[in-house]
Design a binder for this molecule. Structure first.
Ligand code: THG
Length: 801
């Protein structure tokens, strides 16, 4: 068919094997990576020899299987086969996830880092259900994006799959994705016919390739979700305990092959606020580190949402772990102790699996101890790893080494200062790279109480210097701001090497101090009245006994006032401190836990109006936001004031919100977002509602939202407001008052009219920039409510395309 004026190309299709190597399925989950690669190799060779112009890995249900297909292609190339571009496509169900739970952010994080040329989606649903993931890929992928849907969601008609979407409707839907999302390749999967494809060609034709973003999002991923390497505020917390060299308990589990025990420890670390997990099973007692780590990695991938940091000195062990991990891992670590040897042993495998890599500043002269040497070694590593191997700088994470300060040896007195300076120097000299430290090493050998203080002080100064990732025990770090002034000074004297007798002074101060004694001191809440006590409990994460304080507080005051004037301001203080870098995430989560318990108790005092409902509200925290206690408060207030609330939880994609609203014939939709980046889901939702001709009013709120952002969101284009209205609620009570107006015909009309008029006036005024995405400065109207939600982890940041 090919002609000079109209060349035709052939895509060699590589469909799924039918195995699910990442799963524990007794039939499908046992195949090892190498076997799955072998299964693909013959097919790849045949397709390449047969003249395929592109290799299409499609209908993928399991990211590990996709990796195996890519590896098979790499092997065929290495064996001298022709180099054929790779198009890799995953299949998402209507909930936006792959069969094993992978969402689009995790899939893209993995695909960006693998040696594939085109990324995309095919099969399972029609174009309508693919809009959001297609938009995500179109917005963030640096690689061309392909979307190849079925002819609609299949209907089961007498046991036959019937694909309902007509050619022109399909062409229209895909044309929108090309025009609006920058999709570059379209086509048809199940149920499409030559007529469908003819319609596509008519509607879309040939066009220049859409521009793509220049650099990928710096993300790692578990099997289920993506996590931004650049947390805001920093650092990304790497839980340290799933480590046989760092925990006696975990070592016991590992020796007993108790994988469930280790998974429990991992879960605990994530519950305590870890964004990722360092995993090490090295033991002098055993020689099967590779197999042990592989088994553990498989379990963790299926049971823990946090991405893994694979911690081993052995290249074979790292390879075994990478070959079992469906997500995008971090390899910990390489160095130049033996020149290039270790890099050469590890980098090809890391790159083939798309892993990020930790590099320690060690070379043939030994561990770099001064900031100057640390940068010099980092540069040498960077030259090889980025310059020669082509690792993205964002995937290179330098560890400028943490030494114990407890030895008192002259050589190490300034070691923490040099490490902290080293972070600054490396980030200045090598733009784009990341930094990591094992924080707890700094305090090895000191008494446990002193360790916590020294760790906290070291972590604080490292983060101030620009540290991106911190390996810590998340629930053991003490908030810097809460360290008593005298102890902070003692610890800073040691960490910052401010006086020669710092170590003996610190040791003497903490001599004989035991952790249990800490609780035995004077009760800081002893002299506080009940409201001050509640405030203290939330800010200082003291949830035990908070219910009794609520009981006492509501005896004197209206429960709604207790919520509004006591609990919310306390949580706002926590949010502000987090934003200012004074608290790290684990503490915010503990405060949120105390808050949750207080609110649950308070709820028992709010009068629920049973029977009739005033209206139905579909409530959701948008996709990308993983904490939702602010939204939960809105649920409490609305349901205790006569509304029926359908709470969809957190991380909710727009299509699920809209489907639910249609299903329950919602009176209104309420959306919460706490990150600037995720708040962009709100205008998306409004535009989708408008596009579908639906008439649900939308109420928006959250830490990143302000009134002008809502005014901007009201408009689906320059002139057209979304007719049912978009309203800003600064807190749960404004949300309630908005609902009360929305259900009252006359009040609703006035509300919509006034909102549109105010928004138009605001938009007409000069200084339109006030209506761009809200930033910290613009967020002056921040409500207390949403600040209870700690902003982590963002799924995508604000980026120029
Ligand atoms: N850099 C990088 N990776 C690392 C480190 C680093 N990985 C390992 C280590 N250092 C970070 N992890 C730990 C884990 C535990 C402890 C310290 C660092 C620790 N454990 C208690 C102890 O040894 O006293 C264990 C107590 C118990 O048994 O429960 O302190 O620097 N890239």
């Amino acid at each position: 068919y090919t002609t000079a004026s109209h060349p035709r190309y052939v895509a060699g299709s590589i469909g799924p094997t039918g195995l699910l190597p990442a799963s524990e399925d007794p039939l499908l989950g046992n195949a090892r990576f190498a076997e799955v690669v072998d299964l693909f190799v013959d097919q790849v060779r045949g397709l390449v020899d047969g003249g395929a112009d592109v290799l299409l890995i499609e209908t993928t249900q399991d990211l590990l299987e996709l990796k195996a297909a890519v590896h098979a292609i790499m092997r065929a190339r290495a064996d001298g086969g022709r180099v054929v571009p790779i198009q890799a496509q995953v299949t998402l169900d209507t909930s936006g996830r792959m069969l094993l739970g992978t969402d689009i952010a995790a899939a893209l994080a993995v695909l960006e880092a693998l040696p594939v040329d085109i990324v995309g989606l095919n099969c399972s649903t029609g174009p309508e259900q693919m809009r959001e993931p297609a938009r995500y890929l179109g917005t963030w992928s640096t690689k061309p994006v392909s979307i190849i849907p079925n002819a609609g969601l299949p209907l089961n008609v007498n046991g036959q799959a019937v694909y309902p979407l007509e050619p022109d409707a399909m062409a229209h839907a895909l044309r929108e994705m090309v025009d609006d999302f920058g999709v570059g390749i379209v086509g048809g999967c199940c149920g499409t016919t030559p007529e469908h494809l003819a319609a596509l060609v008519r509607a879309i034709g040939r066009r220049p390739a859409p521009a793509r973003p220049a650099t990928p999002l710096p993300m790692v991923a578990s099997m289920v979700r993506g996590v931004d390497l650049r947390q805001d505020p920093a650092p990304l917390i790497v839980g340290e305990r799933v480590n046989t060299l760092g925990s006696r308990k975990v070592k016991r589990f590992a020796l007993a092959d108790d994988f469930d025990g280790m998974v429990e420890v991992a879960r605990g670390q994530v519950d305590d606020g870890a964004h990722a997990l360092d995993v090490c099973v090295a033991m002098t007692e055993r020689t099967d580190e590779a197999e042990t780590l592989r088994k553990l990695v498989k379990k963790l991938a299926l049971n823990v949402e946090a991405p893994l940091v694979l911690d081993s000195t052995e290249p074979d062990v790292l390879r075994a772990a990478l070959e079992q991990y469906p997500g995008r891992a971090i390899v910990n670590s390489v160095n130049m102790e033996n020149g290039r040897a270790r890099i050469e042993a590890v980098l090809p495998t890391a790159l083939a699996h798309g892993a990020a890599v930790v590099a320690m500043t060690i070379d043939q002269e030994g561990m770099a101890k001064t900031a100057e040497r640390k940068v010099a070694v980092a540069k040498a590593i960077h030259d090889i790893v980025v310059g020669e191997y082509g690792l993205a700088p964002e995937a290179l994470i330098f560890d400028p080494l943490t030494f114990p300060l407890s030895t008192g040896e002259e050589e190490f007195v300034r070691s923490a200062v040099e490490t902290i300076d080293g972070i600054r120097a490396i980030e200045a000299a090598l733009p784009g790279v990341m930094t990591i430290l094992g924080i707890s090493n700094v305090s090895f050998g000191l008494n446990p109480v002193a360790r916590k203080i020294v760790n906290a002080v070291f972590l604080y100064h490292a983060v101030q210097a620009g540290l991106d990732l911190a390996i810590v025990h998340p629930s053991h770090v003490v908030p810097f701001a809460e360290i008593p002034a005298d102890e902070r000074e003692l610890a800073e004297d040691l960490v910052l090497a401010r006086r020669p007798d710092a170590l003996p002074r610190l040791i003497e101060h903490f001599e004989g101090r035991e952790e249990s004694a800490e609780q035995g001191g004077p009760d800081p809440m002893a002299d506080l009245d009940v409201e001050a006590r509640l405030h203290y409990r939330i800010v200082h994460r003291k949830k035990e006994g908070i219910e009794a304080d609520i009981d006492e507080a509501v005896a004197a005051r209206d429960p709604v006032e207790v919520l509004n004037e006591v609990l919310l301001p306390a949580m706002k203080e926590v949010g502000d401190k987090f934003g200012a870098g004074e608290l790290i995430l684990p503490f915010v989560l503990q405060s949120a836990e105390a808050m949750k318990r207080a609110v649950a108790r308070l709820e028992t005092y709010l009068e629920k109006q049973e029977g009739v409902t005033k209206g139905r509200v579909v409530l959701a925290t948008v996709f990308g936001d993983v904490h939702d206690i602010g939204k939960n408060l809105v649920n409490t207030i609305l349901s205790n004031n006569g509304y029926t609330v359908y709470d969809l939880g957190k991380q909710v994609p727009v299509n699920r919100i809209i489907e639910k609203a249609v299903e329950v014939e919602a009176t209104a939709i309420g959306l919460s977002a706490l990150l600037v980046s995720t708040s962009k889901q709100m205008p998306l939702c409004v535009k989708e509602l408008h596009r579908a001709g639906l008439d649900f009013p939308v109420i928006i709120g959250g830490a990143a939202i302000n009134r002008s952002y809502a005014q901007r969101t009201l408009f689906v284009d320059e002139e057209t407001p979304y007719e049912p209205g978009v309203f800003y609620a600064k807190d749960a009570f404004e949300g309630l008052s908005l609902m009360d107006r929305i259900i009252d015909g006359g009040a609703r009309e006035r509300l919509v009219r006034d909102t549109v008029e105010l928004a138009r006036n605001a938009l007409a005024r000069p200084g339109r920039e006030a209506f761009s995405v809200p930033d910290e400065a613009a967020a002056t109207e921040r409500s207390a409510t949403p600040l209870v939600e700690p902003p982590t982890p963002p799924f995508w940041g604000v980026r120029e395309m």
